[in-house]
Ligand binder design. Structure first.
Ligand code: HEC
Length: 190
């Protein structure tokens, strides 16, 4: 019992000292670091408020896409590939249906990704919209990954997957779709 008191006091004291020094240290440190790194940082190519707003209104304008047409001969469940999911369904808007093999202005493709050939397993809805002048170096595509309910999905860094995803990075929509034939970033017409 006699030994416990000084030990407890010591522990308590060291906790208080530790807490004080670490709080003051880290709060100064992080404030300083934030202001130092924020300035030279470029606006990210995706996931910003403008991208999220554009994706949100796109989802609104896409309502009813399940009644749209599909690529000729590709209606209904089709086998899908990694990373999207085992099964997929394609839907294309009127601009795309007029000339499916040529991605002109307004071309919009909506791809539902399923984990099984069963409508209840819809995991995500990936979308590519052609906007002339939006991103000339990478095919002028606006990319979005929606959840089944229209929420915008995020990557592991908590960035919304909407916009020029993930431009300049070795992995992501643009990097992978750049491997599609015909340099149009579309796999479906290869
Ligand atoms: C590692 C490669 C890879 C990545 C990353 C990728 N895709 Fe795809 N994507 C594919 C493949 C392969 C297909 C062919 C159809 C399928 O199997 O789903 C495809 C098909 C599509 C299609 C149908 C049009 C087409 O090209 O055939 C859309 C739309 C699409 N992806 C959107 C996206 C979006 C949005 C992202 C990023 C959030 C993304 N993809 C990331 C490989 C990729």
């Amino acid at each position: 019992m006699k030994r416990m008191i000084p030990l407890g006091l010591l522990l308590g004291l060291s906790l208080v000292i530790g807490a004080c020094s670490s709080t003051s240290g880290s709060s100064y440190g992080s404030t300083y670091h934030k202001s130092k790194t924020a300035k030279p940082m470029m606006a990210p190519a995706f996931g910003g408020p403008g991208d999220v707003a554009r994706a949100t209104s796109l989802w609104q304008s896409m309502r009813g896409y399940r009644s749209w047409s599909s690529y000729p001969g590709l209606a209904g469940f089709q086998p899908g590939r990694s990373p999207h999911g085992k099964f997929l369904k394609y839907y294309i808007n009127d601009a795309a249906a007029r000339n499916p093999s040529h991605a002109g202005a307004g071309y919009l493709i909506v791809k539902e990704n399923y984990t099984a050939q069963d409508s209840s397993t819809l995991a995500s809805v990936t979308v590519m919209q052609k906007i002339p002048g939006y991103d000339p170096a990478d095919g002028d595509w606006f990319w979005v990954k929606f959840g089944p309910d229209g929420s915008i999905m995020k990557n592991e860094k908590n960035m919304a997957l909407a916009g020029r995803v993930a431009k300049g990075m070795p992995k992501g929509c643009i990097a992978c779709h750049a491997n599609a034939g015909g340099e149009d970033f579309l796999f479906v017409n290869d």
